[in-house]
Design a protein around this ligand. Structure first.
Ligand SMILES: Cc1cc2nc3c(=O)[nH]c(=O)nc-3n(C[C@H](O)[C@H](O)[C@H](O)COP(=O)(O)OP(=O)(O)OC[C@H]3O[C@@H](n4cnc5c(N)ncnc54)[C@H](O)[C@@H]3O)c2cc1C
Length: 538
């Protein structure tokens, strides 16, 4: 039977409400984003007439700056060291070659139509600059599911290790906390900033919050957590007739405490970066960066990517009073590019080693900016997580090296899908990425077993990326949580005459494309102030 669009939508709406219908529309690409809204700096189209800008690096930050400067009348050239645009925004598909420094090349073997975001994978709903550009450029966004209560959490801190469903860990903990609080507030003589009526309300709140069971004995009401409704998981689902759901016995509080899972994993979705809703471009994150590259030039035929010189590796920067001169390697030949202004987005582990005439203090800030490694492993697999474990998107967490397994938020009920089979940061990532690819895949396969029995026999075509081992990067992002970050980033973000720095690495949205864009805007605005000192901008 062929299902019509209307039929599909009403089925989805009856199954999952308006949200499900909307997601279906997006997934099937029926819903086109509305036309242009807020994105763009709106500088006058002749603001930069007769002025030139050299942009170093063709990632999100460099391409965004180029797009905005081109629209404002500047003549832009982008020098990009690698043979592609996009920078850390990287999506792998069948046939793509992944080459780390000192590691043999890996060729992506995924089936046609499958892809893996090995750099950015999601967009926060409050990353308005990224989302506005998606709206403006017609990049279709779909929901990225960060968490599902069917996801799993594994801890090596209890006994020989335990794997629970997210719903057990979250709701059993919540239930125990509610029960304890309930006992506290009903203790006679305790000093509470609440009236008797408010205490009753509070008890009701705790009952809802924790899924508590109320019992009355000899006129005294008490509340306990028994997972009566099954929110913490069930042994058997509802059946026909007199066969209600059989809930699981709650986990013990001391076991949950010792698991350490509350220390990070199970509350991650409360962090501002990961609060629902999250989004992702349908078809791969690189659709976002490619959208910049394919925008038409404002004043001549061609697109933004025509401004990019690929395989042009910058080696030196000289900032003068009236121009910036950049030396770059072009297939063994040294060439120079002189421009009125320059914006560098070159990752700091590379930038800090360039020959420049910038002040010693500035180059020290580049050397002292704390940075972090990150590693990912990707797998193609039969969708065992859906058929066996009822997992549709989200992330499972583990205290093991691999840290996370991501399930795809798209392609539900298909035969195969993509898993991010490891994603870790910092020292753990450095040590993991230093291993040969085969060892990384072996570890990821073994540790995947602790989250899903039989994991190893389902997964295929593994691929591993260590961002600290990628040429032209040498890191995943700057570490904005390090106390040394702020002062160094502040200096690096300060224009040095005609030289400007951009990139997520100098923002507190480090590790997020939003940071690349807001810093590109700052650099563009600064160039505009320098070239039009008397102009008043709204
Ligand atoms: C593993 C990982 C996960 C991430 N997850 C997310 C996420 O979920 N959501 C999100 O929004 N963001 C995420 N990010 C961050 C996101 O990738 C970055 O914010 C963004 O891509 C940075 O863009 P950029 O232009 O600042 O820098 P880059 O993309 O690093 O661009 C710099 C460019 O400079 C080039 N270059 C280097 N050396 C030279 C040289 N000598 N000469 C000329 N060019 C040079 C590089 O080749 C590169 O193209 C993630 C990043 C990583 C690594």
């Amino acid at each position: 039977m062929t299902m019509t669009r209307r039929g599909l939508l009403s089925t989805m709406a009856s199954l999952g409400g308006a949200g499900a219908a909307y997601e279906t529309l997006v997934l099937f690409d029926f819903l086109k984003p509305p036309p242009t809204m807020a994105a763009g700096l709106s500088l006058p189209s002749d603001a930069g007439t007769g002025r030139t800008v050299a942009i170093l690096g063709a990632g999100v930050g460099g391409l965004c700056a180029a797009y905005e400067l081109d629209r404002a009348g500047y003549d832009v050239t982008i020098l990009e060291a690698s043979n592609r645009t996009g920078g850390r925004n990287l999506t792998l598909r069948r046939g793509d070659v992944l080459k780390e420094m000192h590691t043999p090349a890996q060729v992506c073997q995924f089936d046609e139509g499958l892809y893996l975001n090995v750099g950015p994978g999601r967009i926060a709903h409050h990353h308005v600059h990224v989302i506005d550009y998606c709206r403006q450029f017609g990049v279709t966004l779909q929901p990225y599911i960060f968490t599902s209560r069917a996801n799993r959490v594994h801890t090596g801190h209890v006994g020989n290790g335990r794997t629970w469903q997210m719903r057990q860990a979250v709701h059993d903990l919540q239930g125990h906390i509610a029960e304890m609080l309930s006992k506290c507030v009903s203790t006679q003589g305790i000093d509470l900033p609440l009236t008797k009526t408010d205490v009753e309300k509070f008890q009701d709140l705790l009952m809802n919050f924790g899924g508590l069971t109320r019992s009355v004995q000899s006129g005294t009401t008490s509340y306990s957590y028994e997972n009566q409704t099954g929110r913490g998981g069930f042994e058997r689902s509802h059946g026909v007739g007199n066969k209600p759901l059989v809930p699981l016995s709650p986990l013990k509080l001391d076991e949950i405490l010792r698991s350490d899972l509350w220390n990070d994993f199970i509350f991650r979705d409360t962090e501002i970066m990961w609060q629902a809703s999250l989004l992702e471009p349908a078809g791969g994150m690189d659709h976002f960066v490619k959208a910049f590259a394919r925008q038409s030039l404002a004043r001549r035929n061609g697109t933004i990517d025509a401004l990019v010189r690929l395989n042009a590796k910058v080696t030196a920067i000289e900032v003068g009073n009236d121009r910036v001169t950049v030396a770059y390697d072009d297939g063994g030949a040294t060439r120079t590019l002189a421009a009125d202004y320059c914006i560098s987005t070159i990752p700091m582990p590379v930038f800090k080693n360039l020959k420049t005439n910038l002040s010693a203090g500035y180059m020290n800030a580049a050397r002292n900016l704390p940075v972090e490694a990150s590693g990912k492993v990707g797998w193609q697999a039969e969708r065992f997580w859906e058929t066996r474990d009822q997992i549709y998107g989200g992330i499972s967490w583990t205290t093991d090296t691999i840290r996370q397994i991501w399930y795809p938020s798209w392609g539900f009920l298909g035969q195969k899908g993509m898993l991010t089979g490891a994603y870790m940061y910092g020292k753990t990532a450095e040590a993991f990425n230093a291993r040969p690819v085969e060892e990384r895949l072996h570890i990821a396969r073994e540790q995947g077993e602790r989250l899903h029995e039989g994991f190893g026999k389902y997964v295929e075509h593994g691929i591993a990326i260590g961002w600290d081992r990628m040429e032209h990067f040498g890191f995943a992002w700057a570490d904005e949580t390090d106390p040394a970050f702020g002062d160094n980033a502040e200096l690096l973000a300060t224009p040095q005459g005609r030289f400007h720095q951009a990139g997520d690495q100098i923002t507190f949205w480090s590790g997020w494309q939003e940071g690349a864009i807001i810093s590109a805007w700052e650099a563009v605005k600064s160039i505009d102030r320098q070239s039009n000192p008397t102009a008043k901008r709204g």
